[in-house]
Write a protein that binds this ligand. Structure first.
Ligand SMILES: Cc1ncc(COP(=O)(O)O)c(C=O)c1O
Length: 406
């Protein structure tokens, strides 16, 4: 079966749908970029044409996220996973530079809210000795009767011990759990002021405003809300960008050159050959978002798409159950849900498989939950239109009518 792009809806969690207009422009640029007679992947990364691409992309994301000048914007490789390692190594070096008389090994705080923050923490455990899990919110997420532990009850490391950072994941792509945007403001004031706060924003970046100043760094792989896989970005406060070789502390390992933020910053992200095509496409997506009213407008569109889909699911509580039972923590990007056997009210993998088939018969694809958790997941990233969200919501209603009456 050969399908047309216009007649399919791709709700995949990543790599995921990108705006058609951006892909059309990219296709042309692959063959002949800016009338150079050569494609964007065929020119030197040191050419003035590519330098303009990367600088324009930086300027546009600076505008979109209101990134202050004292933050560096880094274009990196290795995806989100490599950032799990890079962030902890670079923040350890930053800690040593800020605390020259520190003795021993400082603690690194991690909040666990799902699979990705747990993976990030496990990577830190490989790289440093004192990792402190401040809270594990996973058991409460799917239980409506258990309150999500608020920041004042997290086991934060004492400020006196100079924690290296607090790391959290802003949106758990697998679980569908999204942090409320005021979460940092709820941390104790002294902690918030003194401890660098770092967020993995891989799956909700540019879907809502984020207070960059409240963070020491944020990072994200681009392949969900921005562009093709192969590019990760970090936005880091410049005073925390430090060469590990210049700090001599036993708890700071030498950082591989390709992971060293200082190296990327000092070389304008062009120390070695960068992922040129993903940078180019990401730049087009940034430009498109600016044209469409920036991140505030993107947030309104995201709210309206997800409202329609959650609305449809919640109208049939006997059949559909959102995985995240606490409404204020439900992701606007990754809507995770189970289909229940109407008789037993237990998740039914058979009904879920038949729902996935029902969707695919209607050209709605990639809605199976992550292989580690099962269930269903509809990802409504920025490139998904309101019309596509409504079509999906209508399909969930039709399916429900067929199964509840039978
Ligand atoms: C929130 C989050 N962090 C990190 C990653 C890992 O990214 P990558 O596959 O680029 O290594 C993912 C991937 O889906 C993710 O969703």
């Amino acid at each position: 079966m050969s399908l047309e792009r216009e007649s399919t809806i791709n709700l995949g969690a990543g790599p995921s749908a990108l705006p058609t207009s951006v892909l059309q422009e990219s296709t042309k640029a692959l063959l002949n970029f800016n009338g150079l007679g050569m494609g964007i992947t065929e020119i030197s990364h040191r050419s003035s044409a590519f330098q303009k691409v990367i600088r324009d992309a930086e300027n546009d994301i600076r505008q979109l996220l209101s990134i202050p000048d004292d933050y560096a914007v880094l274009f990196l490789q290795g995806g989100g996973t490599e950032q799990f390692s890079a962030i902890v190594l670079n923040m350890l070096a930053a800690h040593a530079a800020r605390n020259p008389s520190y003795e021993g090994t400082p603690p690194v705080d991690y909040l666990v809210t799902g699979s990705w923050s747990s993976k990030a923490m496990k990577e830190a455990q490989r790289l440093t000795k004192r990792v402190n899990m401040v809270a594990d919110l996973r058991p409460s997420i799917s239980d409506a009767d258990v309150k999500i532990t608020p920041p004042e009850q997290w086991a934060l490391s004492p400020v006196e011990e100079a924690p290296v950072m607090l790391h959290y994941c802003d949106n758990e792509t697998i679980g569908g759990f999204e942090m409320p945007s005021n979460i940092i403001q709820q941390l104790p004031e002294k902690y918030r002021e003194q401890v660098p706060i770092v967020a993995d924003c891989s799956s909700n970046i540019l879907s809502r405003p984020i207070d960059i100043r409240a963070h020491a760094a944020i990072y994200f792989g681009v392949q969900k809300n921005i562009g093709p896989s192969g590019l990760a970005m970090a936005i880091v406060r410049r005073d925390l960008v430090v060469d590990s070789d210049k700090v001599s502390k036993p708890y700071v390992p030498s950082i591989p050159t390709s992971l060293l933020y200082k190296n990327a910053m000092d070389n304008g992200s062009l120390y070695n050959t960068p992922p040129m095509f993903p940078i180019y496409v990401s730049g087009l997506v940034f430009r498109d978002l600016v044209r469409l009213g920036g991140v505030t407008a993107a947030q309104q569109r995201a709210a309206s798409r997800s409202e329609v889909v959650y609305g449809a699911l919640l109208s049939y509580p006997a059949l559909y159950r959102p995985v995240v039972q606490h409404a204020e923590y439900r992701s606007q990007m990754n809507i995770t849900f189970r289909i229940l056997d109407p008789a037993t009210q237990q998740p039914s993998p058979e009904l879920e498989a038949s729902f996935a088939q029902y969707c695919s018969d209607r050209h709605i694809f990639n809605i199976k939950g992550h292989r580690s958790v099962g269930g269903l997941r509809a990802s409504l990233y920025n490139a998904i239109t309101q019309e596509q969200a409504e079509t999906f919501a209508n399909v969930t209603r039709e399916f429900a009518k067929q199964h509840i009456s039978s």
